[in-house]
Design a protein around this ligand. Structure first.
Ligand code: SF4
Length: 357
């Protein structure tokens, strides 16, 4: 599977946990967006694997989003994947929000999602935008009233146990069609450390068990997942003989690429770009497809590091032992990435900031 992230419009928040280099980026010119979609289709024609692209970060904030959605439809070789997650700010500040939403609905995209980080004050603090919470809620009500489905992702942090009632009240108000529980992972991008003060522990997830049940969730499974995502579990796993080099060299089965608003195409997900392949408007589709095919998979951790620079496992264990053992950072490799960050092991990530772009 090959995924292209087409960054057509920056988003309106600056979330502390953002691992896709979001934030207020420049917009892609609409003619460039249409041309880039054509060029991605031409590249996909020469790729051996299934390819799709996503309009990111906040396409609904682009003044010409309707034209871009139209251009994205019915491509011969590449599929438009609509993930629908949004802050809602891009849409709710538009006077033509009904027209834009109807454009999505008529294109067959009838599902949208918002992430909730807690009560209003905590949510706005984490996404670093005052008013973001009330806008997300207003967005949820707006799309539901027009017949769309609404998903709510609850990104669990250590303040959730105190904020259960406020969060429940929001869910009662929104009546989402689906609720997800997210335990955010650690990846070694530039925002990785900003979320540290909010990270949940296994104890927090245990405290939330009964509340998770009221949301229809399997609390035992969530608690088990939290335990297996903790620092202590990763230490034990490494002590039981996991080999870092083998783990970080495993095939990952997916490739991620990103097209920046200036139309440059990069290997790597947004925020984790490792190589520039050139200006998508100008590069040869056949030669570019060959370069993409030859490149190693890069879904996550294994792509972030040059394996020849990985330290001895003992050093990583020592670094992880210096962290609170109950903190939840994701699957074992993600926790190991946190240990590598503590050791200042350099990544292959190019390190763009929204300012540089
Ligand atoms: S996490 Fe999503 S909404 Fe938040 S800054 Fe990043 S791209 Fe924007």
């Amino acid at each position: 599977m090959i995924n292209f992230d087409l960054l057509v419009a920056g988003c309106d928040t600056r979330c502390k946990h953002c691992y896709v280099n979001g934030g207020p980026l420049p917009r892609m010119k609409v003619d460039d967006a249409v041309l880039c979609i054509e060029r991605l289709d031409a590249i996909a024609a020469n790729l051996p694997d299934e390819a799709y692209f996503t309009l990111d970060h906040e396409p609904m904030g682009h003044p010409d989003v309707g034209r871009i959605i139209g251009a994205a439809a019915g491509k011969k070789h590449i599929r438009h994947h609509h993930h629908g997650m949004t802050t809602g700010v891009g849409l709710m500040r538009r006077d033509d929000r009904e027209v834009v939403l109807d454009r999505y609905l008529s294109a067959g995209f009838g599902s949208f999602g918002v992430t909730i980080h807690g009560g209003e004050a905590l949510h706005d603090e984490i996404v670093r935008r005052k008013g973001a919470f009330s806008t997300s809620v207003a967005f949820g009500e707006f799309v539901k009233a027009r017949g769309a489905e609404l998903e709510v992702s609850l990104m669990v942090n250590r303040f959730f146990p105190q904020q259960r009632e406020e969060i429940s009240a929001t869910l009662d108000r929104l009546k989402p069609d689906c609720i997800y529980i997210a335990l955010p992972i650690f990846t070694p991008h530039k925002n990785g450390m900003d979320y540290e003060p909010y990270r949940a522990s296994v104890r927090d997830v245990e405290t939330l068990g009964e509340w998770f049940r009221t949301l229809g969730k399997d609390d035992a499974e969530l608690i088990e997942r939290a335990r297996e995502s903790s620092v202590g579990f990763a230490v034990q796993t490494l002590q039981n003989g996991w080999d870092l080099f083998t783990l970080f060299s495993e095939p990952q089965g997916e490739k991620y690429l990103t097209v920046h608003p200036d139309c440059h195409l990069y290997m790597g997900n947004s925020g984790a770009e490792t190589k520039c392949l050139g200006d998508l408007r100008l590069i040869d589709p056949e030669a570019t497809a060959a370069r993409i095919s030859e490149a190693p998979d890069n879904r996550d951790y294994g792509a972030f590091y040059d394996t020849s620079m990985l330290p001895e496992t003992e050093r990583v264990i020592d670094a992880l032992k210096g962290l609170p053992q109950e903190t939840v950072y994701g699957d074992c490799p993600s926790v190991i990435c946190r240990g590598l960050a503590a050791l200042n092991i350099p990544t292959r990530i190019l390190g763009y900031s929204s300012k540089q772009r």
